[in-house]
Design a protein. Sequence first.
Length: 239
Amino acid sequence: MEPWVAQLPLALRAPPDQTLDGYVQPPPGLCPQLQALAAGESGSVYLHGGKATGKSHLLLATCMQAQAQGRRVAYLSLRGLRGRLRDASGGLDGAALVALDDIEVIAGERSDEVALFDLHNRLRDAGCSLLYAAADAPDALGLSLPDLRSRLAHCMRWTLPVLDDDGRAELLRRRAAARGLDLESAALDWLLRRVNRDLGSLTALFDRLDRASLAAQRRLTVPFLRQVLGGQGGDRADV
């Protein structure tokens, strides 16, 4: 397996809602720009927002759309790579689109910051499109290398908002519809009071409900959700 393939773990079995169209309440103009990036438009895009704003969703969705169009892509989260970025990024050269997630992890680690600065310059010189995601804007990350801050600050930047209640409801409906799940209104309200807000947890949740519904040949009703999820009470339980 080529190194760049290993960097995209969802390439072989992507969730049906891991798409740009599946992202709820995007800032106007964001999805068209990511679609253009996936289609081969040159550029560098930087997404930032807090937890549960869907940064990883957008990075993976853009990569998968580009891959579906025959472009060579790579996705790499920097989480767990502090102090090792230069070695970990060795398989990214040659990709047409590279998505780098969790940039904030390396802030203050000079060797990683230099490695990212060098990687950015090398990939851009090779005509590669770059897509970054971080918890905050470049100037607020605590980066110690001014040249890296400058490179990231010159990317096209987008701030991702946390979903409001209407957005969370729409997201749950889309998660269910993408899997062909029949989600009753009462069950939707029950989930909204209990599920974790972050998109990764919601994707894992609907994978679980999909399997349980198929096995039991049951609709997603409140009693069935209580049965599957262990009867968790209270608000925003971890599922």
